[in-house]
Design a protein around this ligand. Structure first.
Ligand SMILES: Nc1ncnc2c1ncn2[C@@H]1O[C@H](COP(=O)(O)OP(=O)(O)OP(=O)(O)O)[C@@H](O)[C@H]1O
Ligand SMILES: [Mg+2]
Length: 622
């Protein structure tokens, strides 16, 4: 080799005259130049040998340095195994940079780097890839029986192909898939397997839940769904106005979108009678009252936390009240046609008191009956408030009903029952006389393209919100059932797709109370199950998923997970939410506001997304 060396190392000597010919001859003898492998053209790297700690479903891919940045986290890859099989995978960890021939933590490298990094050895990239499946010739993805062989070329899917694999599109736009320029992620509003199988939106305070929800409301409204929002903080009472939030305005303009509210004519804000509305200026503001007769007596007992002794007495009084209504011809009614009378009799016969109460039974009448029982036990005369019980006929009937040996004794239990019912009465939302405020017309809530916000911000008592929510859910379900029947009989258009959004769901359905409130939970579970058939989707939102009863997760198939920092909550969710890989779970505590991991049945796989800004105004809630 001395012949190549010059005196000055900076000046190489000329090559000897026949060097190139000799080289060509040698190459020719060795079989000619290495043909570029057609199969590897366009690949970014190749699979590595397996190691003793290799696991099924995941493999290591090595990348030459120049391709290091072509395999970002979550990128989709195609692996063309040298045995002819093709696999799809996703970058689950990395890309990591590793020196070619030294360990990254070799003392020499550490030393050099620590002193200013004057020496950078050659390096390559390494990524951890999770296998999504084996790609069959027809494009179908099936669970793999083998794994890619070592040194198989790996390719990055372009956006078009990625979109096809992710299957993440839908007319209700949520945002953009993280790591891609233009893959829109959305929810198909017309697929029965998606929204009617129910959704949970979870995340700590400030994670972006309300922004996501207001987007969802707007987009669902535009998609022609009926949207009902149970808004315990009055946050959504300004949705008809365009957003004024500078962050949102900036984000909207970056996307070329305009701030815009839900059309005011397509939105109503309801608030409980006598309660302060969160937005008194809403153009369609309506007060509503509740009807005691719609409440199941068992549900009332749950909500007011009656003791066993109180339940016995309450149900006893309930039976007296029913007998009064029947005996005095209030229900079933006396002076009606025989057909109507038969209809009302049938209604009473078929009445399921776990579902609802006795028609026309008011809270005020119930209080009178309980007071009368209390008085009788104490040996006093009852002093009813209702005119009905002041008539001779009413007095007589009440007396007959009271004087039975079966009347439970113990005036203290009766007294406690009475005061608990009074607490309900004092809220002044039950059975408000017609004309003043009308009870809800549930059919109006399920109109296509209509948003109904129930402002429950000033109910003052969580019992009251819970009664209102339970009643609303039941009413919506019944209205939707009726719409279905009418359609099935050919009497009406196909029913509207309905979305019911329950904010702060942990307050309504708390794990702590679930044992004490089996009837409420049963009811929600029943609505959830019927909703699947009847196009009624529930959306549960909470910042405290650990307070939701586990059973709720059994009813939910879709998730939008904003930032969650509590490791215990994350690990509980890991157990109940299927299909999200470890690397995505690890990102959950570090998500920025507006980022979310979404998992929906229509999607090829769960995705990290940047939720788009909302064009609607949210009320600031401290
Ligand atoms: N999609 C988004 N794009 C950009 N910024 C967002 C997005 N979502 C939320 N943010 C930012 O995060 C802030 C908090 O969002 P938001 O009120 O929706 O959170 P939240 O989870 O509902 O909080 P809380 O639990 O307090 O109700 C917003 O004011 C906004 O600045
Ligand atoms: Mg919020």
């Amino acid at each position: 080799m001395d012949e190549f060396r010059s005196g000055n190392p900076a000046e190489p000597k000329e090559l000897p005259g026949d060097f190139m010919e000799r080289l060509d001859r040698d190459i020719g003898e060795a079989g000619g130049e290495l043909e570029p492998d057609e199969l590897r053209k366009g690949s970014i790297g190749a699979t590595m040998f397996d190691l003793p700690n290799s696991e099924d479903g995941t493999l290591v891919v090595l990348l030459p340095r120049e391709h290091l940045l072509k395999a970002p986290s979550q990128a989709l890859l195609r692996i063309k195994s040298t045995d002819g099989r093709t696999y799809l995978g996703v970058v689950a960890a990395g890309p990591f940079a590793e020196p070619d021939s030294l360990r990254g933590d070799a003392p020499m490298l550490v030393n050099v780097q620590a002193r200013g990094g004057i020496f950078l050895p050659p390096y390559h990239g390494r990524i951890q890839v999770n296998l999504l499946g084996e790609e069959r010739a027809d494009g179908k993805l099936v669970p793999p029986r083998f794994r890619p062989l070592p040194n198989s070329p790996v390719f990055v899917l372009d956006e078009v192909e990625s979109a096809a694999v992710l299957k993440a599109g839908g007319d209700i736009g949520l945002g953009l898939a993280f790591g891609y320029d233009a893959i829109e992620v959305g929810i198909p509003s017309d697929q029965k397997a998606v929204l009617p199988r129910h959704t949970a939106i979870l995340g700590t305070t400030g994670g972006g839940k309300s922004t996501t929800v207001s987007r969802l409301i707007k987009e669902a409204q535009e998609a022609g769904m009926a949207v009902i929002v149970l808004d315990v903080e009055g946050e959504y009472t300004h949705l008809h106005e365009p957003t004024e939030d500078p962050n949102m305005l900036l984000a909207l303009s970056e996307r070329g979108q305009q701030p815009a509210g839900v059309p005011a004519g397509q939105m109503t804000v309801y608030h409980l009678v006598g309660r302060e509305p969160a937005n008194p200026k809403h153009p369609n503001l309506r007060a509503f009252s509740l009807q005691f007769a719609r409440l199941s007596p068992y549900h009332v007992a749950e909500i007011l936390e009656f003791t066993d002794a109180q339940i016995d007495r309450f149900l006893y009084a309930y039976d007296i009240a029913k007998a009064l209504l029947r005996g005095l011809g209030i229900f079933p009614q006396k002076d009606v046609t025989p057909e109507e009378r038969a209809r009302q009799e049938r209604l009473v016969l078929e009445l399921d008191e776990f579902e609802r109460g006795y028609p026309r039974l008011t809270l005020s009448l119930m209080l009178d009956v309980v007071e009368a029982c209390l008085a009788t036990v104490k040996g006093h005369d009852p002093a009813p408030f209702n005119e009905l019980l002041k008539t001779a006929e009413g007095k007589h009937l009440l007396n007959t009903l009271l004087h039975s040996d079966k009347l439970p004794k113990d005036s203290r239990s009766w007294g406690r029952l009475y005061s608990k019912l009074w607490r309900l009465r004092r809220l002044e939302v039950f059975d408000v006389s017609p004309g003043k405020v009308s009870p809800l017309n549930y059919r109006q809530l399920i109109r296509a393209g209509y948003v109904s916000v129930f402002d429950l911000s000033d109910t003052g008592a969580s019992e009251l919100s819970n009664i209102a929510i339970a009643d609303l859910l039941k009413g919506i379900q019944e209205a939707q059932d009726d719409a279905y029947h009418a359609w099935e009989q050919g009497k009406a258009e196909p029913p509207t797709r309905v979305l019911v959004i329950i904010e702060e769901a942990h307050e309504f359905l708390s794990a702590e109370r679930i044992d004490k409130m089996p009837i409420l939970f049963e009811q929600v579970a029943r609505i959830a199950k019927r909703g699947r058939k009847r196009w009624l989707g529930l959306v549960f939102i909470t910042q405290l998923p650990q307070h939701l009863p586990r059973q709720i997760f059994g009813l939910v198939n879709s998730y939008i997970l904003h930032k969650i920092t509590d490791p215990q909550v994350v690990s509980t969710l890991e157990r109940v939410v299927p299909g999200i890989e470890k690397s995505l779970w690890q990102r959950l505590p570090g998500l920025a506001p507006g980022q979310a991991i979404v998992s929906f049945p229509h999607m090829g796989r769960p995705l990290l997304i940047a939720v788009g800004p909302t064009p609607c105004k949210l009320r600031m809630v401290e």
